[in-house]
Write a protein that binds this ligand. Structure first.
Ligand SMILES: Nc1ncnc2c1ncn2[C@@H]1O[C@H](COP(=O)(O)OP(=O)(O)O)[C@@H](O)[C@H]1O
Ligand SMILES: [Mg+2]
Length: 544
């Protein structure tokens, strides 16, 4: 820093004793020059501060990852390779052991159990089906610039033990359950009891895929080929969008780029919250969802399903649907923001901007999705958690069901030859019928019809049912007293489609389960409506 510069700064700041008009021309020229210099100096100062701030950010945000993922991994690999020059071929018989040792960062071989205490010591070898021979499969992956990793897959004692245990449980299981770990395994059932269907507990996890993904959405994006973005959360889970960052050059640079569905996927996991531990109950719920979603993945009304592990699932990415149906008052507002007085003044004009044809198509698609569950070939399934945010919108404008983790596969009573009613676990919110809040174990799949009625209510109006009242507790009281959400009767006559959707709402949201339409009649009625619209036909009365 030169002395004149400092001087100029000091001089500029010093108060001048001369009134403005008494400055000579020469003086003003000098002032101007000084001013220019001081301006340059300020610019340099700002640049220095900005540069240090960015360096600081770089090191604090990225430094951790650089340290963990890159330098450390790289140096470790390098030193190991220098120590073992002969192991450059990964086919070498010696390398499997070495690799395992290197990954575990131990010099001595590891004993999983104390000598002679291994649980598999006394067990016979098991049939090849349960004990597939992986031939100590080992593979290396060199992905990205830094992140090369090796994985060693071998049948070790622990795997063997779990297979044996599974076989053992299977053999002693004279009931209907064949799950890997069964929370009810100590119960005895008879033909007179309500018994749950075994297929809902058959696991097909693909955990490796999950372990290859990182949720590090803010920092070192080089760990994987995806850009990760937090999407939203429901009651149990939060979801993240993974987008292929190599899709089209420049895709990661350009902002607001519209990624096609094929280049992304969504992963959901349990929320980090003390209420949602990774326990057998929550694992069961996700397992059931995985089984159902996988079975129904080919259906156009369900999101494609890519896999599951423990309490996480991976599936086709969709877009927000609920806030198109019920527009938010402000962007940042949560779902429970109800209509404003200004919005209500527009009522009974719908507050959303879907055309009646679109509403019909959404209503039909949602009904078809529920019909897949209620009419499932291996047993009736109740969705049990109907709300608009369980559906997401695809690029082609269709809506698909993407959350069934509360679903109940109804138990079967062989003696009575009937499905058994059940008790609802989480009777929250105000979108359910009275039997859900009674908690006396009388719920059946008909609870979904009430829920479906509330969906169509919102589609038509752009409002939540009970839009006049935000207090869900108070609304639940109303429901328990046999009241139903009121809808403006003007919707009956707005158009053919809206009139018929209004009818569906009235026939679904009814206090007594036996009075509600069933989902198959809803599907038929809406398909008929579509035909009537296509042919310009007359309105037919609702099938009683
Ligand atoms: N396939 C998807 N594509 C995009 N967003 C999704 C998808 N599935 C879920 N979401 C978003 O994540 C939220 C939470 O997922 P959800 O399965 O409903 O969790 P929960 O079981 O807690 O209800 C949803 O409300 C929705 O906003
Ligand atoms: Mg949900």
């Amino acid at each position: 820093m030169s002395t004149p510069m400092l001087a100029s700064v000091r001089r500029r700041k010093a108060p001048t004793l001369l009134p403005h008009n008494e400055h000579s021309k020469e003086n003003s020229f000098v002032d101007h020059k000084q001013h220019q210099r001081s301006f340059q100096f300020t610019r340099v100062r700002v640049l220095i501060v900005a540069a240090s701030a960015s360096l600081w950010t770089l090191f604090t945000v990225y430094g951790h990852h650089v340290h963990q993922r890159c330098w450390w991994t790289y140096l470790r690999r390098l030193s190991w390779r220098l120590d073992h020059p002969s192991s450059s071929s990964w086919m070498s018989s010696h390398s499997a052991n070495q690799t395992a040792r290197m990954i575990l960062l131990y010099d001595d071989p590891i004993e999983l159990y104390p000598p002679g205490r291994s649980p598999v010591d006394k067990l016979e070898p098991i049939p090849h089906l349960l004990n597939p021979d992986y031939n100590d499969l080992e593979f290396e992956s060199y992905f990205g610039r830094y992140d090369d990793f090796e994985r060693h897959i071998a049948k070790d004692d622990a795997d063997l033990y779990h297979d044996q245990r599974r076989q053992f449980l299977y053999d002693i299981d004279n009931k209907h359950l064949r799950s890997y770990y069964d929370g009810y395994e100590d119960q005895e059932f008879t033909k007179d009891d309500c018994r749950s269907a075994g297929w809902q507990f058959v696991m097909k996890p693909n955990c490796n895929v999950f372990h290859e993904l990182a949720l590090e959405y803010s920092a070192d994006q080089d760990v994987q080929p995806f850009l990760v973005e937090y999407l939203a959360h429901g009651y149990y889970r939060e979801s993240y969008r993974f987008r292929n960052k190599y899709w089209k050059s420049g895709a990661k640079v350009r902002r607001n780029i519209v990624y096609p569905e094929s280049e992304q996927m969504v992963m959901k996991h349990l929320r980090y919250h003390e209420d949602f531990p990774i326990n057998i109950k929550n694992q069961r719920a996700v397992l059931r969802e995985a089984v159902l979603m996988e079975a129904l993945s080919t259906r156009p009304t369900f999101a494609n399903f890519y896999g599951y592990c423990s309490t996480s699932t991976m599936l086709q990415a969709g877009n927000d649907f609920v806030h198109q149906v019920i527009p938010r008052r402000l962007k940042w507002q949560e779902d429970d923001g109800r209509a404003t007085p200004q919005q209500l003044r527009r009522h009974p004009d719908p507050l959303n901007s879907f055309t009646p044809e679109q509403k019909l198509s959404f209503a039909l698609s949602m009904a078809e999705g529920l019909a897949e569950l209620h009419g499932y070939a291996k047993g009736v399934i109740s969705h049990d958690d109907i709300a608009l945010d369980q559906w997401v919108m695809l690029d082609n404008g269709n809506v698909v069901l993407s959350d069934v983790n509360n679903a109940m596969v109804l138990d079967w009573n062989e003696t009575a030859g009937t499905y058994c009613p059940y008790d609802i676990d989480y009777p929250y919110g105000d979108l359910r019928p009275a039997e859900a809040y009674w908690g006396n174990g009388t719920a059946t799949e008909t609870v979904d019809l009430w829920g479906y009625g509330t969906l169509v209510f919102s589609l038509l109006t752009g409002l939540y049912p009970f839009y006049e009242n935000v207090d869900q507790k108070a609304n639940r009281k109303l429901i328990l007293n046999g009241q139903v959400p009121k809808m403006d009767p003007k919707y009956q006559n707005r158009s053919l489609i809206e009139g018929r959707l209004y009818d569906v709402v009235q026939k679904c949201i009814r206090p007594l389960p036996e009075d509600r339409m069933d989902i198959f009649s809803v599907v038929n009625y809406l398909r008929e409506t579509e035909q009537m619209v296509a042919t310009g036909g007359e309105q037919s009365p609702l099938i009683e």
